[in-house]
Design a protein around this ligand. Structure first.
Ligand code: HEC
Ligand code: HEC
Length: 356
């Protein structure tokens, strides 16, 4: 199997029951692509994510444009059209949006191979709902006030600091099946998720880098962008450290998440994924985090919805979270939590050896 076929196989794998940061969409270091034209200047490790971006935007799989095992070949018309579309999209952005990637494949395609040019007709004779009026500009809280409310909703800074590790047992639900799972996490930023399937599988951040693997086999180090995302999930005291991580945290337009009105904060920082945090206006708790991975064609979102907050030792934590991407989704439901469990740092360390 050549590297390229392996890469293609990895990309094509559905995101079944991979915990938090599991992504099969990153190429091994610097694959030698043979036939790049419009994307020839993109970093090699962004070609895979760009291909996922195209597939998600058009709602197709790789075979729509590629012959398996011959990704460099141009035998399919759709691949040639896609190339023209990449050039067209770049031109629109250059000419009309100052070069910012405002228009992407998804702006027109919205999950379909053929964009729809005409507006939809009504499917029912019920009165169309008027668009919700924008919320009256009133006393808008500052980003700091939103974060302060979050910290106190969790139990307050002092209580949070008294808990420095957590062992969680539960299950992961994906594709209609349930698998037992263990999540170990320790301050400041170590985390490992162990899925007890036929063989144990791991998704971890050891404090410096992320890795994934299966018991008894060499593990794979995460790419830089996967690691950056993973390091965010590993932040044990995110409520207390988010301002350090994202000094540019700004208030965004309020939005509702599952019918709950939320304050929204947007964060950008060099070397970190752009994040959007949603805090319920009433409880103050974090109910959603969306982070974005850049690709040469647009941003790929990963959304995590937190719920079922429960209090243990004076500190609240979500017992349920659902991670959704354009190409995969799973839910983790925690049953039991042990705060300040003794967890050896070795539990987070990547086994020796690496996948080639
Ligand atoms: C809608 C069409 C389309 C889809 C779907 C698509 N690709 Fe591509 N792919 C392209 C185009 C166009 C290029 C060439 C880009 C260029 O010329 O710079 C390309 C190039 C590639 C290359 C580089 C090959 C080489 O050596 O030159 C790989 C690898 C690749 N795609 C993998 C994938 C995988 C894996 C998927 C599925 C996740 C996928 N592609 C989905 C259109 C597509
Ligand atoms: C400004 C709107 C617009 C944007 C942006 C856009 N497309 Fe398209 N695309 C179209 C339209 C319209 C068609 C259908 C043309 C037709 O029916 O002949 C199309 C057709 C296609 C097709 C052929 C589908 C088929 O059934 O054969 C491919 C492949 C494609 N686009 C890929 C892309 C990719 C990849 C991107 C992002 C780089 C993109 N498009 C961005 C409007 C757009």
């Amino acid at each position: 199997m050549t590297t390229k076929i392996l890469f293609a196989t990895l990309l094509a794998l559905p995101l079944a029951i991979q915990p938090l940061n599991a992504q099969h969409d990153v190429a091994p270091a610097a694959p030698a692509y043979k036939n790049l034209t419009v994307l020839k200047d993109a970093p090699a490790d962004q070609i895979g994510p760009a291909m996922q971006f195209i597939s998600s935007s058009l709602g197709v799989d790789c075979a729509f444009c590629h012959v398996a095992g011959k990704m460099e070949a141009d035998d399919k018309g759709a691949k040639k059209t896609a190339r023209e579309m990449i050039t067209m999209t770049a031109a629109i952005n250059k000419e009309h949006f100052g070069g910012r990637p405002q228009i992407t494949c998804n702006s027109c395609h919205r999950g379909a191979a053929r964009p729809v040019a005409v507006p939809a007709v009504l499917e029912t004779d019920a009165m169309p709902k008027p668009a919700a009026a924008p919320a009256a500009p009133g006393a808008a809280p500052t980003a700091d006030q939103v974060l302060e409310k979050y910290v106190s909703a969790l139990g307050g800074a002092d209580a949070l600091k008294k808990v420095a590790s957590r062992q969680m047992l539960g299950k992961i639900l994906a594709g209609g099946s349930e698998t037992p799972i263990e999540v170990l996490t320790k301050a400041p930023n170590m985390r490992v998720t162990i899925t007890h399937s036929t063989a144990d599988s791991f998704t971890a951040f050891d404090g410096k880098g992320g890795w994934m693997g299966t018991a008894g086999k060499p593990a794979r180090s995460m790419s830089e962008s996967e690691s950056a995302a993973s390091s965010l999930d590993a932040q044990f005291h995110l409520a207390l450290t988010v301002k350090e991580l994202y000094p540019q945290l700004r208030r965004g337009r309020p939005e509702a998440v599952a019918g709950v009105d939320c304050e929204v904060l947007n964060g950008t920082a060099p070397g970190k994924p752009m994040v959007r945090l949603y805090f319920a206006k009433d409880s103050g708790l974090l109910v959603r985090m969306v982070r974005f991975a850049d690709t040469p064609l647009g941003r790929m979102p990963t959304q995590i919805d937190y719920s079922d907050y429960r209090e243990n030792d004076g500190v609240k934590a979500p017992f349920k979270w659902t991670l959704s991407r354009p190409n995969g989704r799973f839910t983790i439901q925690i049953a039991t939590v042990k705060n300040n469990a003794t967890i050896d740092n070795a539990r987070f360390a990547k086994p020796a050896g690496d996948v080639k």
